[in-house]
Write a protein that binds this ligand. Structure first.
Ligand SMILES: [Zn+2]
Ligand SMILES: [Zn+2]
Length: 617
C-alpha cells in the first residue's frame, strides 16, 4: 500500500523548502511579513506581505539565495514552548529578528488561533557560512520537517499569485509564491517537462485552434459554445454510446430544461442542492420554475407514469440531458468545470435481486467506453458508508446489499478497486472511475451510484410476483460523466490529434491547382459514400460508388488558393489523420498521394487501395 502523501518524506521535504524560501526572503527583503507556507499537492507556497510589490523576475534571486542556504545544511530543530506567552516572545524576537510587532502581525494572529490545549511548536534552522555570518530562521509551525536543509536540492520557484489573508476578500491581498521540490533531479525534470506538455495540450487553447469549442463573455462565464468540429465529436461520441446502450436494453427519453419547483421539492434537491442551482424563475401565475440541475426527477416521473410489474424491470432510461449548475465563477475551468453541460445520463430501476447483474452491466459498459476512448489507465474507487456517521438514509440491509453487489460486480469483472469509507452519498454507495491521462494526471470521470432515497421520496413501486407493491432500487450512471468534461480530457489526452474514428475531419483532400478541384471533389464524394455520381464542371468523375462498399468518412476538400506547402501545413496544424494530395498524375491514373498524420508520406496509391487501408480504423 502506498503511504498517504501527507505522511511522506516528499511532503516534509516540500514543507522544509517552503521554510527555506521564507528564510531567503527574510534575508533579501527586510520588513517582509510572513503569513503561511504549507506544502501542497505539487509543491509548496508561502504567502508574504512585501513592503514593495514583488515581481516574478525576482524569483531567480530568491532561488539563488535558497541554494546557498541549502548548502549550509542547516539542522532543522523542533522546539516546543510551554505556553502562548512564551511563543509570543519568541515570535517578536527570534522569528522576526527583532524587526518589531508589525512584521509579526500574521504569525501572532495564527498563534491566537491555536486551540488552548494544543502544543505550540517552532522549527528552528541555523548555520554559519564561510564568511562567518550567521543565518537563522525560526517559524511557528506544526511540522513535520526533514532534519536539515541539505536535501533541498531539486526545487524550482514557479510563479506568483495574489492571495487574501485567510482566503477572505475583505482582508489584505498578499503575494503567494509557488514552488516545487522533488527528491531527485529526474523527478523534478519530468514534472517540469509534463507541465510544458500540459501547456501545449491545454484544451482551452486547442479548443479554439482546432475549432472545437469556445467561450464568449457576451454569452456568460462557464457556458460553452460548440463549434462545428467540436459538435461533430459530440455527435460521434453520443452515437457510439447510444448504440452500445440500445444493444444493452436502454431506452432513450427526452426531458425539458426547466421544471416546476414542485418537482425539486419532491426530490429534495431544493434542500440539498440549493447552492448549485441558478436563481429561480417566477411566472405571472406565481408558479416558480427551476433550471434543471439534474435529470433524475424527470426520469422518475416517466417511470411512475405507468404501472410496472416485476417482469417489466429493469427499466433503463437514458438521456443526453443538459443540466445547469451554478458554479462559483472563480471555480470555472475551461470545459472541466462549466455552468451548463450535457450528461450521458441514465437511470436504471431494478429489483433487489437484479442489482448485482445490472451493476455489473453498467460497469462493463464503462469498461467498453474507456477501451474505445483509449483511456487504459484508471483506478476504481468504491465509496462506502462512514461507520461513525449517521447522515445516511435507508435500511442497513439495503446498504449491505448494495455494497456487496458493487464489490462482487468488480470481482466478477476482474476489476481491482479501492474502498473509500465515507465516500458514499447519503443515499447510497457508489463507484467512481478515476482516469490517469497521458501526463499522469488524474481525472474523476464516470460514476455509478446506487440510490434508495429517491424511490422512497417518489414512492416508486412495481408489482411483485406476490401481487404486492415493492420498491425498486435506482442506479444513476454516466460513463463519460459529461460530454464537456470528457471532450476536454480527450483533447488533452490526444493533444488534439484525435484517433481516426473520433476525428471531426478524418481526411482532407488537397488539390494542387484549380484544375484538380473537380477530381478532388469526386474523391471526396466517393469517400463520403454519396449514392450518386458526382459531376463537376461538366467533367465525368472517374469514381462511382461501388455496390456493397460502405464508406461514410468525414472529408474536407481544401480548395483554397494557397500553395500546396501552405495547405499541408494548415491541415497538419488541424491534426487531420489523412491528407490526400492530388495533381495531374493522379487525375490521369486514378490515384491519390497519401500523407498520414502518424506515418508521414506514403506515396501515391489507387483510391480503392487507400480505402482498403482504412478498414478497421
Ligand atoms: Zn511550516
Ligand atoms: Zn441521477
Amino acid at each position: 500500500m502506498n503511504q498517504p502523501y501527507e505522511q511522506s518524506e516528499l511532503y516534509k521535504l516540500r514543507h522544509s523548502a517552503a521554510h527555506l524560501m521564507a528564510q531567503a526572503i527574510t534575508e533579501l527583503y527586510p520588513g517582509a511579513k510572513l503569513a503561511i507556507g504549507p506544502p501542497i499537492d505539487n509543491g509548496f507556497y508561502y504567502d508574504i506581505d512585501f513592503v514593495e510589490p514583488f515581481k516574478e523576475e525576482e524569483l531567480v534571486k530568491v532561488e539563488q539565495r535558497m541554494r546557498e542556504l541549502a548548502k549550509l545544511n542547516q539542522p532543522i530543530e523542533r522546539k516546543v514552548v510551554a505556553n502562548k506567552e512564551e511563543a509570543r516572545k519568541l515570535i517578536l524576537t527570534d522569528c522576526t529578528h527583532g524587526q518589531g510587532e508589525e512584521t509579526a502581525l500574521y504569525k501572532l494572529e495564527l498563534l491566537e488561533a491555536i486551540p488552548g490545549d494544543e502544543e505550540v511548536s517552532f522549527y528552528d534552522q541555523k548555520a554559519t557560512d564561510k564568511q562567518g555570518k550567521e543565518h537563522r530562521f525560526i517559524d511557528l509551525c506544526r511540522g513535520p520537517h526533514i532534519e536539515s536543509t541539505g536535501p533541498i536540492k531539486h526545487f524550482k520557484l514557479m510563479h506568483i499569485a495574489g492571495a487574501y489573508w485567510r482566503g477572505d476578500v475583505k482582508n489584505k491581498q498578499l503575494t503567494r509564491i509557488y514552488g516545487t521540490a522533488f527528491e531527485s533531479k529526474e523527478e523534478l525534470e519530468l514534472y517540469l517537462h509534463n507541465l510544458e506538455e500540459a501547456k501545449k495540450r491545454d484544451h482551452r487553447v486547442l479548443g479554439r485552434e482546432l475549432g472545437l469549442f469556445m467561450f464568449s463573455p457576451r454569452v456568460g462565464p462557464g457556458l460553452a459554445l460548440w463549434l462545428p468540429k467540436g459538435a461533430m465529436i459530440r455527435d460521434v461520441l453520443s452515437d457510439f454510446l447510444k448504440q452500445e446502450q440500445s444493444r444493452r436494453g436502454y431506452q432513450g427519453v427526452v426531458t425539458p430544461n426547466i421544471a416546476s419547483q414542485r418537482l425539486y421539492e419532491k426530490s429534495g434537491h431544493i434542500l440539498t442542492y440549493r447552492d448549485k442551482m441558478f436563481p429561480f424563475m417566477e411566472d405571472e401565475e406565481k408558479e416558480t420554475f427551476i433550471l434543471k440541475p439534474m435529470n433524475c426527477p424527470f426520469h422518475i416521473e416517466i417511470y411512475s407514469s405507468a404501472m410496472r410489474s416485476y417482469r417489466d424491470l429493469p427499466v433503463r432510461l437514458a438521456e443526453f440531458g443538459t443540466v445547469y449548475r451554478y458554479e462559483q465563477s472563480g471555480e470555472l475551468a475551461g470545459m472541466l468545470r462549466v455552468r451548463g453541460f450535457t450528461q450521458d445520463d441514465a437511470h436504471l430501476f431494478v429489483r433487489p435481486d437484479q442489482l448485482l447483474e445490472e451493476f455489473k452491466g453498467v460497469v462493463d459498459l464503462m469498461m467498453v467506453v474507456l477501451k474505445k476512448l483509449g483511456l487504459n489507465e484508471y483506478r476504481v474507487r468504491v465509496g462506502t458508508k462512514d461507520p461513525s456517521s449517521d447522515k445516511y438514509v435507508g435500511h442497513e440491509e439495503n446498504w449491505r446489499l448494495a455494497e456487496t453487489s458493487i464489490k462482487q460486480a468488480c470481482d466478477e469483472l476482474g476489476l481491482e478497486y479501492e474502498v473509500s469509507p465515507g465516500d458514499a452519498a447519503f443515499y447510497g454507495p457508489k463507484l467512481d472511475l478515476i482516469i490517469k491521462d497521458a501526463l499522469g494526471r488524474e481525472w474523476q470521470m464516470g460514476t455509478v451510484q446506487v440510490d434508495y432515497n429517491l424511490p422512497e421520496r417518489f414512492d416508486l413501486e412495481y408489482t411483485g410476483e406476490d401481487s404486492k407493491p415493492h420498491r425498486p432500487i435506482m442506479i444513476h450512471r454516466a460513463p463519460f460523466g459529461s460530454l464537456e468534461r470528457m471532450i476536454g480530457l480527450l483533447t488533452e489526452q490526444y493533444a488534439g490529434a484525435f484517433p481516426f474514428w473520433l476525428s471531426p475531419v478524418q481526411i482532407a483532400v488537397l488539390p494542387i491547382a484549380d484544375r484538380h478541384v473537380a477530381y478532388a471533389s469526386a474523391i471526396a464524394s466517393r469517400l463520403q459514400g454519396y449514392p450518386y455520381k458526382f459531376v463537376a464542371e461538366e467533367e465525368q468523375t472517374p469514381f462511382e460508388p461501388v455496390e456493397g462498399v460502405e464508406s461514410a468518412y468525414r472529408v474536407h476538400v481544401d480548395a483554397s488558393r494557397q500553395t500546396l506547402g501552405k495547405k499541408i501545413r494548415e491541415n497538419q496544424r488541424q491534426k487531420i489523420p489523412y491528407m490526400l494530395v492530388v495533381g495531374d498524375q493522379d487525375c490521369a491514373n486514378g490515384t491519390v498521394g497519401v500523407r498520414s498524420r502518424e506515418d508521414g508520406d506514403l506515396g501515391a496509391m489507387k483510391l480503392d487501395e487507400f480505402l482498403g487501408s482504412l478498414a478497421g480504423k
